[in-house]
Write a protein that binds this ligand. Structure first.
Ligand code: GRF
Length: 221
């Protein structure tokens, strides 16, 4: 008997291209997760209409309508529960979350960041990578912790910086890798192939190792 698919909410704030890659992956037969709801803190987010067009509940919860972060998060939490959410994928979700929310979803909330963390957390990632002169950058999917862009790393992809790169060309190359990496990381988590031990990732025995460049830490038991 196959295990039930993990109901997965996707949090967005904008165009939602990572959301699209997750939704497409979840439509594949045998993928261990299914979309539960898409929530945006910005009603104008383009990703909302795309989600709706796919028949996925798409909900705007405008953070500006709430007096405090906690009030916003209480509504968000309630909405996630209403849709039976088991896992959350932050996909270009641009709100900092408080400890209360982060703790409630500990090891069940993923985020994608366009750098090889712990390098270049925060904003203007590609600009800072170019200024630092790195030759390899990439993207990271990690479990969410209180500190921005920190938490146990689930998967990373390496992406070269090439001569003449601008912020835009580099962002586009990294984004392509993001679209491959996020579904891979969600698959690992939703299938129960990984768990967190001492704030790093452990792979469960017998797990299929993902292709090179998308390499979760391998510490087999
Ligand atoms: C991605 O680069 C993601 O890593 C970062 O914000 C961007 C969101 O893009 N956190 P999209 O909305 O998924 O297209």
């Amino acid at each position: 008997m196959t295990a039930p698919k993990k109901r997965t909410a996707i949090l967005i704030s904008g165009r939602g291209s990572n959301m699209q890659s997750l939704v497409r992956a979840m439509a594949e037969p045998g993928f261990p997760a299914e979309p539960a709801v898409v929530v945006s803190n910005r009603p104008e987010a383009l990703g909302l209409s795309w989600a709706e067009s796919q028949g996925i509940p798409a909900i705007a919860i405008d953070h500006r309508e709430f007096a405090t972060r906690m009030a916003f998060e209480a509504r968000l939490h309630q909405t996630l529960l209403e849709y039976g959410t088991e896992l959350i994928c932050n996909a270009g979700f641009m709100r900092l979350l408080t400890g209360g929310f982060v703790d409630r979803w500990k090891d069940r909330q993923l985020n994608i960041h366009p750098s090889l963390l712990p390098s270049f957390p925060g904003l203007h990632t590609h600009q800072r990578a170019l200024e630092a002169g790195v030759m390899i950058t990439g993207c990271t999917v990690h479990f969410v912790r209180l500190e921005m862009d920190s938490g146990p790393i689930i998967a990373q992809a390496a992406v070269p910086v090439v001569p003449g790169d601008t912020e835009d060309t580099l962002a586009a190359r990294v984004l392509e890798a993001e679209h491959k990496l996020y579904p891979l990381a969600l698959r690992l988590v939703a299938s129960g192939a990984v768990r967190v031990e001492n704030e790093t990732l452990e792979l469960t025995a017998g797990v299929e190792v993902p292709p090179p460049l998308y390499v979760p830490r391998l510490r087999d038991r």
